[in-house]
Design a protein around this ligand. Structure first.
Ligand code: KG4
Ligand code: ZN
Length: 376
């Protein structure tokens, strides 16, 4: 079954065709990042306008790729993100998908963006099938119950997945998402947008330069690096109403961390040479906060795997530290290929094969849901 997936929830206009939920036959992503860069963040009106301008071209390019990958193939359904995301952006994809489903005479499937991020580790490319020694392709349905961790620019959720396609939030951020915490810090430090990849790179270089291996001959004793700055790890207080009944040990608050960074910068006024240490310390606070909540969640149930998704899952420290957490818990950590970590249509088309709760007429009547949560 070939599903065409369309994604326009934020600043990527994307379409893809996925066979049987996992094999990506075509994948086109047009990123608007350069359009939003001058403003230091995504501007909804600019996003919407760019989606309108690009959506037809992106879908056409995707269908061309599909034709060359599967000359006799036909599209069996159209899937689309209807939330969460920016309303004026979501509406462009939803309308395009409705029109396309109607003209092709195939069913429409409505998909939740956050749940779709958790499908990305299961996507593979046709070429992987012929790569000798390629890792076994895991069927997501064999991994229940699994713990999902969606970390992106808009979300930080710990999600219980008792059966594949069923989701319940068991922990979350009470304010900023992890990606937002990266982006806001980068803005404050004047590092540019989006902040996550920039902070990752600066921190990686800093941590490599301060590791003992960076001076293997040991002929010159380098000055001992200062320890990382102990920024707060975002522990919410037990019983605060913002927890909305969720356990504090599975929740995080990143707004205090951002304030701590601002205070540090105002007080210490770090020079250019000191910025990498500040950046690495800030990143470490986010990574350790995420790792600690993940460890707590893994203790609550006999999970068979940790499924990681969302743009922040590209972060090298997040990947390294969560790999250690999973190795200790003796469960696999499932991560997407880097090209599927950011927003894309393949995750929408892929999940639609497994989760068809909003199909056909019901999907045709769908409106956009900007604040949709996993499991809604
Ligand atoms: O999943 P995504 O593409 O869009 C949303 O659904 O939000 O995630 C985008 C977020 C941005 O906040 C970006 O700064 C962050 O992912 N990000 C990273 C890295 N690459 C992207 N954060 C930390 N380290 C990275 N390497
Ligand atoms: Zn996303």
């Amino acid at each position: 079954m070939n599903i065409l997936g369309i994604e326009t929830s934020c600043d990527e206009t994307a379409a893809a065709v996925v066979r049987d939920g996992r094999e990506v036959l075509a994948n086109v992503v047009y990123t608007q990042i350069p359009l939003h860069q001058p403003y230091g963040g995504v501007v909804p009106e600019i996003a919407s306008r760019a989606h309108i301008e690009k959506i037809t071209e992106v879908i056409r390019a995707c269908l061309d790729q599909f034709k060359s990958a599967a000359p006799d193939g036909k599209i069996d359904a159209v899937a689309v993100t209807y939330g969460a995301g920016l309303s004026p952006a979501l509406i462009v994809g939803l309308n395009a998908a409705k029109g396309l489903a109607m003209s092709l005479g195939v069913p429409l499937i409505g998909i939740n963006h956050i749940e779709a991020h958790l499908h990305t580790p299961f996507l593979f490319d046709s070429a992987d099938l012929s790569t000798p020694g390629a890792s076994t392709l895991q069927d997501p349905r064999e991994l229940s119950p699994a713990l999902g961790l969606a970390i992106s620019g808009g979300h930080t959720n710990w999600i219980d997945i008792p059966e594949y396609g069923t989701y319940e939030i068991i922990g979350q951020t009470l304010d900023d998402a992890a990606g937002e915490a990266f982006d806001k810090a980068a803005k404050l430090l004047g590092l540019g947008y989006p902040g996550g990849p920039k902070i990752d790179k600066i921190a990686r270089e800093y941590l490599a330069s301060t590791s003992p291996q960076s001076n293997p001959t040991g002929t010159l004793t380098p000055p001992r690096p200062l320890p990382l700055i102990p920024f707060p790890k975002g522990h919410p207080r037990e019983g605060v109403t913002a927890l909305a009944g969720l356990p504090a040990e599975l929740c995080v608050s990143f707004s205090g961390l951002k304030t701590a960074l601002l205070r540090y910068v105002q007080k210490e006024q770090p020079g250019e040479a000191e910025i990498p240490r500040v950046v690495a310390s800030y990143q470490e606070a986010i990574v350790q906060a995420v790792a600690e909540r993940t460890r707590n969640a893994l203790k609550r149930r006999n999970y068979k795997a940790l499924i990681l998704g969302g743009g922040v899952s590209l972060n090298s420290r997040v990947r390294a530290v969560l790999s250690e957490v999973c190795a200790r818990a003796k469960i696999p950590l499932l991560m997407a290929k880097p090209k599927y970590c950011g927003d894309n249509g393949a995750m929408i088309a892929g999940l639609a094969y497994f989760r068809r709760n909003l199909v056909g007429e019901e999907a045709m009547r769908l409106d956009v849901h900007p604040s949709l949560e996993a499991g809604d």
